[in-house]
Design a protein around this ligand. Structure first.
Ligand SMILES: NC(=O)C1=CN([C@@H]2O[C@H](COP(=O)(O)OP(=O)(O)OC[C@H]3O[C@@H](n4cnc5c(N)ncnc54)[C@H](OP(=O)(O)O)[C@@H]3O)[C@@H](O)[C@H]2O)C=CC1
Ligand SMILES: CC(C)CCC[C@@H](C)[C@H]1CC[C@H]2C3=C(CC[C@]12C)[C@@]1(C)CCC(=O)[C@@H](C)[C@@H]1CC3
Length: 335
C-alpha cells in the first residue's frame, strides 16, 4: 500500500528538496504538494517528475495563513484520501527581516560567537501584520494554520492499527525568551519568527500528549542555515554570493551551516524512516553538515515545560473555537 505524504510549502527551498529526497528514498509513495500558488506548485511537480518520471504526485491549493483556505483544503483532502501517513508542516515565513548589525559585530568578538551563527539568536527582528482573520500573520502561517489542518484531518491521522507522523520544520532560532503565553501571537514584540518557532515546538509536545495513544506522533526538526527564498530575504543575494566562501569556512566551526536545501532536509528525511514510537517528543532533530560536507542528524533536548505546552494548547483550542464561530457566522450571512 502506498504511503500518503502531504508537504506544505513544497514548491521551493527545503520543502521541494524534501519531496525530491522522499521520492528517491521510497518509490511506493503518493506525494501531495500543498502550496498556496498553483503555478509555482505545477512548476515544482514538473521538476519532480523530470527526475522521477514514474512518481505519483498531486497538488493541493492551500494558504496555511488563511483559515478559510485551510478548511477548504482539509475538505478536499478528506474527499481524496481515507488516511494520511505523514504530514510535513513545513510552510513558513519570516517577513521583513532586519539584521541587527550592532549585535552581530558585538557577537563576533564574544564567547557566544558559534552559538550566534548556529541560532541567529537576537540578530534578527521582523515586522509583522494582522491578517484577514484578525491574527498575526507569522503566527497564523507558521503555527495556527497548521494546527487547524491537523485538527481537521484528525480522522485520517488517527486510524486504528496504523501510526501517522507530523513533522515540523522548526528552527534553532526558536527561543523561550521570544515567546509568552500572554502574547502567544507575538503582537507586541519584534521577534515573531522566533516566537512562532518556539510555539510550534510547544505545540508538537502537546500534540504528542494528546494523540500518541491514538497512533499519531509529532516531531520537530531544524534544517540549519539553508540558502532559500527565506534567507535571501534577509540580505541581498549578491551579498550572500560574495560571502559564500566564508560560509563554507564557518562549516568547520559549526555543523548548522547546512547551506543547501538538500542538506537541510536531512533530518526531515531521517524521520521518515524512523519508527515514530522510538522518537523522543522533547528532542529537536537537527540537520547537520560537517566541514567536509557530510550530512547527519543530531537530536538535541528542547527547553520546554510540559505545563506551558498544555496551557498553550488550551489557548489554541479556544482561539479555534472563536474563529470557527466567526467563520460559521460569515457562512450563515452568505446563505
Ligand atoms: N532557510 C533556513 O535557513 C531555515 C528555514 N526554516 C524553515 O523552513 C521552512 C521552509 O522554508 P525555506 O525552504 O527556507 O524557505 P522558502 O521561502 O523557500 O519556502 C517556504 C515555503 O512555504 C510556503 N509558504 C509560505 N507561506 C505560505 C502560506 N501562507 N501558505 C502556503 N504556503 C506558504 C512558500 O510558498 P511560496 O513560494 O508561495 O511563497 C514556500 O513554498 C520554513 O518553515 C522556515 O521557517 C527553518 C530554519 C532555517
Ligand atoms: C556569514 C556571514 C559572514 C554573515 C551572516 C550573518 C547573518 C545574516 C546570519 C548569521 C546566522 C544566520 C542564521 C539565520 C539567518 C542569517 C544569519 C542571522 C537564521 C536565523 C535563518 C532562519 C533560521 O530559522 C535559523 C535556523 C537561522 C540561524 C542562523
Amino acid at each position: 500500500m502506498k504511503r500518503i505524504v502531504l508537504v506544505t510549502g513544497a514548491n521551493s527551498g527545503i520543502g521541494l528538496a524534501l519531496c525530491e529526497r522522499l521520492l528517491t528514498t521510497d518509490s511506493e509513495i503518493h506525494l501531495c504538494l500543498a502550496c498556496r500558488n498553483t503555478q509555482r506548485a505545477m512548476a515544482a511537480r514538473s521538476a519532480l517528475l523530470h527526475s522521477h518520471p514514474e512518481a505519483d504526485i498531486s497538488l493541493l491549493k492551500v494558504d496555511v495563513g488563511d483559515m478559510n483556505s485551510v478548511l477548504e483544503a482539509a475538505k478536499e483532502i478528506k474527499k481524496r484520501y481515507s488516511r494520511l501517513d505523514y504530514i510535513y508542516l513545513n510552510a513558513g515565513i519570516m517577513p521583513n527581516p532586519q539584521l541587527n548589525l550592532k549585535v552581530f559585530v558585538k557577537g563576533l568578538f564574544s564567547r557566544k560567537v558559534v552559538r550566534m551563527f548556529a541560532t541567529g539568536e537576537g540578530l534578527l527582528t521582523q515586522e509583522d501584520h494582522v491578517n484577514a482573520n484578525g491574527l498575526q500573520k507569522v503566527f497564523a502561517t507558521n503555527v495556527f494554520g497548521h494546527f487547524i489542518l491537523i485538527k481537521e484531518l484528525e480522522p485520517l491521522l488517527c486510524c486504528p492499527s496504523m501510526t501517522s507522523q507530523l513533522i515540523w520544520t522548526s528552527s534553532s532560532n526558536a527561543h523561550k525568551s521570544a515567546f509568552s503565553l500572554d502574547d502567544y501571537q507575538h503582537s507586541q514584540g519584534i521577534e515573531s519568527y522566533s516566537s512562532s518557532k518556539y510555539a510550534s515546538d510547544l505545540l508538537s509536545l502537546a500534540l504528542n500528549r494528546q494523540f500518541n495513544r491514538r497512533g499519531l506522533y509529532s516531531s520537530v526538526t531544524c534544517p540549519g542555515l539553508v540558502m532559500t527564498n527565506l534567507t535571501y530575504g534577509i540580505l541581498p543575494s549578491f551579498f550572500w554570493t560574495l560571502i559564500m566562501p566564508i560560509m563554507f569556512l564557518i562549516r568547520f566551526f559549526t555543523n548548522s551551516f547546512t547551506l543547501t536545501p538538500y542538506n537541510g532536509a536531512e533530518a526531515l528525511v531521517w524521520l521518515y524512516k524512523q519508527n515514530p514510537e522510538s522518537l523522543d517528543p522533547r528532542a529537536k532533530y537537527h540537520s547537520c553538515t560537517s566541514g567536509l560536507g557530510n550530512n547527519y542528524v543530531n537530536p538535541k533536548k528542547m527547553d520546554l515545560r510540559e505545563d506551558t505546552a498544555e496551557a498553550f494548547y488550551k489557548q489554541l483550542l479556544e482561539l479555534e473555537h472563536k474563529l470557527r464561530q466567526k467563520v460559521g457566522v460569515a457562512e450563515e450571512a452568505i446563505k
